[in-house]
Design a protein around this ligand. Structure first.
Ligand code: ADP
Length: 356
């Protein structure tokens, strides 16, 4: 049994339920003979990946069955110091999908080796609509500078044999030579009403009805993340098939835990408090919660707890330390620095001093 998010994921451009202007633009690009490199960006759960797969389908029209015969390969790459890197690669006859950021600082090796290999091989299907292969790079904004430089060189050199589709959350972490070589496609988060349409659509296919107020509440609570909305719908359906229970949309554990950390930061701004918070932050990181997400969530919660006069300052420092996190390799240092700074600003406000 597959989850609604997979079962009802639109497969072609015609099935996409919202952002019709973007869909039309993709359709005309795919039909024109001159398909560019693309960069899809937008928040998680906005439907970037779904749109990319629909674009591929539109591009390789008659050979779609081959697109669906996906192979998942595990490849081993060697670093210059002979360390082995295991990477999962999803591929079909027409495309290959990689997530180089999985191997951290060694992402350049993956980009170089795979792209070179693809670029130097010809399309094996003589009847294919296009002669190029498509390389999808997930989490492109997490790529290191080295990997981005390697990608840029490949894009210039092998344009004849391959097109690159990048999937990212923001363009600000992608170097400008790459941005300027791609057509940018911003996929905004769907509005609550648009999510309600998708939820009703799924409910209809599953042959049940969602009360309007429940659909609206799910749409509102999902904060633009359609994946979250569909998962919540499925969980609620399991708990109460007729939606007649009092609806409580539970927060994920990591979120509740981060909220408790934010409370600790504001309630005990002291060196001992910092030590306690450090342990909790480590706990979150060891459970694979990305440090940037922790920082963002902490800031959002803390902003609601503190006085207006220090909010701008906190936002400034959050941006400052988030930037530093990108530059350095030990993200925990910068996260802790942000927490210490927040404690200092907050305590300064409470005591009427600048710093403590
Ligand atoms: P992202 O890549 O932006 O994180 P996905 O493309 O994985 O998001 O989309 C999340 C879920 O939302 C998918 O599983 C799919 O079921 C649903 N979805 C995305 N776009 C649409 C759409 N246009 N119409 C209906 N459902 C969609």
């Amino acid at each position: 049994m597959s989850l609604y998010v997979d079962k009802y994921r639109p497969k072609s451009l015609d099935e996409l339920d919202y952002h019709h202007d973007i869909t039309n633009r993709i359709r005309s690009l795919a039909r024109s003979g001159d398909f560019p490199h693309l960069l899809f960006y937008g928040p998680s759960g906005a439907g970037r990946k779904t749109r990319i797969m629909c674009t591929l389908r539109e591009l390789f029209g008659q050979g779609v069955e081959k697109l669906e015969q996906l192979k998942i390969d595990q490849r081993v790459f060697l670093t210059p110091s002979n360390r082995k890197l295991d990477v999962n690669i999803v591929q079909s006859n027409y495309h290959i999908e990689i997530t180089p950021s999985d191997v951290g600082q060694y992402d350049r090796i993956i980009i170089q080796d795979i792209l070179k290999e693809i670029a130097q091989t010809q399309q094996i299907d003589a009847n294919a609509k296009h002669k190029f292969k498509v390389v999808i790079i997930n989490e492109a904004d997490q790529l290191s500078r080295d990997a981005q430089a390697a990608l840029r060189r490949t894009m210039e050199k092998y344009m004849a044999n391959l097109r690159i589709i990048l999937c990212a959350q923001t363009t600000s972490k992608i170097i400008s030579p790459i941005r300027s070589r791609c057509l940018l496609m911003r996929i905004p988060a769907p509005q609550p009403e648009q999510m309600t349409i998708v939820l009703n659509h799924v409910a209809k296919k599953e042959r049940f009805q969602i009360p309007d107020d429940v659909a609206q509440q799910i749409g509102k609570e999902a904060t633009g993340n359609l994946r979250k909305a569909l998962l919540v719908l499925e969980a609620m359906r399991m708990q109460s098939p007729n939606f007649d229970m009092d609806i409580q949309i539970a927060k994920p554990d990591w979120q509740s835990y981060t909220i408790s950390v934010a409370k600790d930061i504001t309630s005990d701004p002291s060196p001992e408090g910092l030590l306690k918070v450090r342990g909790k932050v480590y706990e979150l990181i060891t459970h694979c919660i990305p440090p940037t997400l922790i920082l963002k969530t902490l800031l959002e919660v803390i902003l609601n707890m503190v006085d207006d006069s220090i909010r701008a300052d906190l936002i400034y420092w959050a941006a400052f330390y988030e930037h530093r996190m990108r530059q350095g390799s030990k993200q925990i240092f910068h996260l802790e620095a942000f927490i210490a700074k927040t404690m200092s600003i907050h305590k300064g406000f409470i005591c009427g001093f600048e710093d403590f």
